[in-house]
Design a protein around this ligand. Structure first.
Ligand SMILES: Cc1cc2nc3c(=O)[nH]c(=O)nc-3n(C[C@H](O)[C@H](O)[C@H](O)COP(=O)(O)O)c2cc1C
Length: 180
């Protein structure tokens, strides 16, 4: 698949079929995350693949009732991947903690690869971290950064709006319009 197709067409998917995810697809998606760039190549990320129905429901229970991805995590998607990051396993510079960035880059690669495999994902950041930690026995030196359902989308969601390029891009210096 052409990379721009994945970049353009990936969506946050919150409705899934209950069809299983083939092992080889799951492995390729995880390998896409494995090869992400990271601070000094420290690879501070860890991924927990959750298939057990009861555990998925417990992860959904760590999310607020109004989180729109809750049903996907607890009921429909066959897999939930929990993203953890070692807070001491990356680096920091001038107050910038890079473990979040490293973990985010890896998850973005995972989400794009999932799209290329015909699978859906949805970054879930709104959950009670300590509840999710207890569900998956994550040790204290790791943050539970995010989770995503992984499965076959029920349908391709519509695109969400984005800011205009002119709103988010400057030429040469702050506030000087970028005209392309
Ligand atoms: C850091 C982060 C946290 C997010 N948390 C949630 C969440 O808890 N629940 C949810 O349904 N979507 C969540 N999203 C998905 C965003 O709502 C979604 O990416 C955004 O609306 C753009 O839509 P798109 O991904 O389909 O392009 C999160 C996305 C990011 C990057």
């Amino acid at each position: 698949m052409e990379i721009y197709e994945a970049l353009q067409e990936r969506r946050s998917v919150r409705k899934y079929k209950t069809d299983p995810v083939p092992e080889e697809k799951l492995n390729r998606v995880l390998e896409a995350a494995q090869i992400a760039p990271s601070w000094k190549n420290k690879q501070c990320w860890r991924f927990i693949v959750v298939r057990d129905q009861e555990r998925k429901q417990q992860l959904a229970d760590s999310m607020p009732e109004n989180n729109p991805a809750r049903r996907a995590v607890g009921e429909t998607a066959p897999i939930v991947i929990v993203l953890c990051a070692d807070t001491e396993g990356s680096g920091d510079k001038d107050g910038k903690d890079y473990y979040m960035l490293d973990a985010g880059l890896a998850f973005q690669q995972l989400m794009l690869a999932a799209y290329a495999e015909g699978l859906g994902t949805c970054w879930v950041g709104l959950f009670d971290e300590e509840k999710a930690r207890a569900v998956c026995n994550v040790p204290p030196e790791f943050r539970v950064v995010a989770m995503t359902p992984l499965g076959v989308p029920e349908k391709q969601p519509s695109p969400r709006p984005r800011k205009e390029l002119s709103e988010i891009t400057y030429a040469e210096e702050w506030d000087r319009p970028f005209t392309g």
